[in-house]
Design a protein around this ligand. Sequence first.
Ligand SMILES: [Fe+2]
Length: 468
Amino acid sequence: MRIQIHIRTSLALFAFLLALLVAAPSGRADIVKGPILQDLRPGGVTIIWEQDNATAGTVTVDGQDYDSAVNHTLHEVVITGLEPDQLYSYTVTGDATPDEGSFRTSPADPLAPFAFVVYGDNRSYHENHVLVVDALLTAEPFAFLVQTGDMISSGEIADDWQFFFDIEYPLLKLVPLYPTVGNHEVHEGYIPGFYTDYFAPPSEESDTEAYYSYVYGNSAFLHLDGHVNVEPVLFGGFEDFDQTQHAWIIETLSRYAADPKIQHIFVATHMPPYSSKPGRTGSHAVRLLHPIFAQYGVDAVVAGHDHYLEYGVSEEGVRYFIMGGGGAPLYDNKYEDDPGYKPPEAMPWLDDGHTVLFARSVLGYTRIEIENGQVDVEIFDETNTSLHTVSWNTGDISPGPDGGVVDAGVSPQTDAAIPDPPPDPSNENGCGCRSSNAGGSATGVFELSLLALLALFWWRRRRRATAA
Ligand SMILES: [Fe+2]
């Protein structure tokens, strides 16, 4: 009798387990990266996520399903047909464990005010990276993130990207990130596939995700690639943008400058034009473009690479912001250490004429608000404490009769647009110091090397003559 009961119990348990197996959905998957918002447009957005198991996927927005037909671990779904400047909730479903988020489509009205954030150089220093992301999550709302590169330590290592997206998860499911290629995204001269897998910046007209441009409201944004699509400059050890990218930069700036709906232009690049870290030189390629940026009315260059927060202006009147306070170990900044810093008088060629107006070696980011011709910039640390503000106005415009604008278009930099060099003495963070050896130090090294070679040549000839 006891044996019969045992057999019945075992059969019942077996049947129960079988029923569970039959009832369970096949190929269930968990989302391991994302949802990641990309390429915000007036009519939609792109949503990317990665699963631990290959299944089909679906995004539901406003009651409509957008299917990712392939059974794959990586999904990229393009959402279209939405209204501009509207807040939408979405759910990622399909065979994946559901996840939710929201986004606001970009405005069709070029006069709609908005804000964006610039940050970078998280570089797999997770504890600091978390602090900066937490600050952004509690900051005033903003439309999107301009990421200046070096998100991870090694672009070819999957775990680095996993950490990055784990930390950024609560942020990137709500606001799109526009990436910039940094030297740490690059491995042996190419961009490993993780970058193009997890990001989908608008690449239709540049034909590459390494550099690209987009428009939000009345502002245009160019993200440059200073690390792969480059070529060496003879004599000097520099790298310049290659001919294809250089031609694209000129054509794109020219097109935006002529567009009546574009009032501001921002250029994102990983390496800044100047460096205040002792021993660094800044980007020769970016400095070379300053006259062109001034000609086409670029409002500001935003960059990272150097791990501090700095704001300054080139002698051509081009503003630059270095926002490398995203988490990586902070660097000394000679202007913060010595606000009166000047290049040695014996080496006047090191003076490239740029002016540093703010420098602070802390974690943080910059928030930029745009309203018509007005630009208000505020630099924050990782506790959301305001460190510095900068404003300028390129000239307000009026709405046109057809919903367009009257007399828009960017203006070349003028003296009036260039910030006054003297800082506010009451601002303890201000740093109105002139010049640097950053921009010209590589040139100085080259010239010194040439002089040394000539001296050596002269000395050897003289020695030979003496010996003879
Ligand atoms: Fe870097």
